[in-house]
Ligand binder design. Sequence first.
Ligand code: NAI
Length: 329
Amino acid sequence: MKLAFFDTKPYDMPGFDRYAVQAGIEIKYYETRLNEDTVSLASGFDAVCVFVNDTVNANVVNKLSDLGVQVIALRCAGFNNVDIPRCSGKLRVFRVPAYSPHAVAEHAMALLLTINRRTHKAFIRTREFNFSLQGLAGFDLYGKTVGIIGTGKIGRVFADICRGFGMRILAYDKFPAQNAGLEYVDLPTLFRESDIISLHCPLTDETAHIIDSDSIAMMKKGVTIINTSRGALINTEDLITGIKEKKIGAACLDVYEEEGDLFYEDFSGHIVQDDKLVRLIAMPNVIVTSHQAFLTQEALDNIAATTVENLRKFEAGIPSPETEVVFHS
Ligand code: NAI
């Protein structure tokens, strides 16, 4: 099998090289993302491997199919960037449903602890021998209420972590987990009662902008919002307004609505044109990380192993219902 690997970063290659050699898969690494302009690079390949910010829209799907590509291997869990209905009957699509829920949940907690206890600011201060504590006061997480939206693999690990901190947990899920020991409430109750809200649901038509001016209006003054899921779960304009009006006390964002043009690249020498992102980054009570919640050694290894295994099974005609993404009309 020949695999065209898009949006390659140096940290992708060691794991993929190791597993692909074992499986007899030949990989061509492209730094560029897959989109309408680059899709012709997939010519002569059986499969493409894509990540969160590759654009696999209807035109790209059609072109891949025309080029003879048979399979799309997503090396991530979410598949909102792939036109799944259009793939039906043309291309098989596989993903990595779980590579390390711990990586993402731990990053969500890292962001919460950082923004709350201002360790990012303390780090910079002490490097300049500024030992003042002015403005660094946080609050105890113990006893606070955290609202978790989406209680799948990551949401439940995050709930366990929060339990360890002695927090009260409220949960909302369209499909509540049985016997998870979670207190499920409706969304308005979660918005009203939570001191911290963490998003762990997928991006769908239903969840897009689940955080907007209406939901923010229901929230407690000073609420902290954490998003390690997908940027478009939050209406960024409404978030900025909420922070400016001091309704929202803090925001921790590993993902951003318009991240596709920026995240994973170095723009430190450029004038960033995205005013909303610049505004957010300029706010003292906002932390932005560039979609790195997944980035642990364990997760990278699992991503490579599962992606290669998906391709091996596809080639051998072995069904993989737990990793294949199928369109249900
Ligand atoms: P999962 O599939 O195990 O859990 C998702 C949960 O969301 C399920 O319990 C599902 O019932 C629930 N859900 C579905 N529709 C909903 C709705 N309309 N309202 C509320 N809940 C709904 O997925 P997992 O592994 O926990 O991942 C969650 C999300 O995290 C992914 O969809 C992905 O977008 C994001 N993610 C982010 C990463 C990062 O690096 N920042 C890495 C991996 C995943």
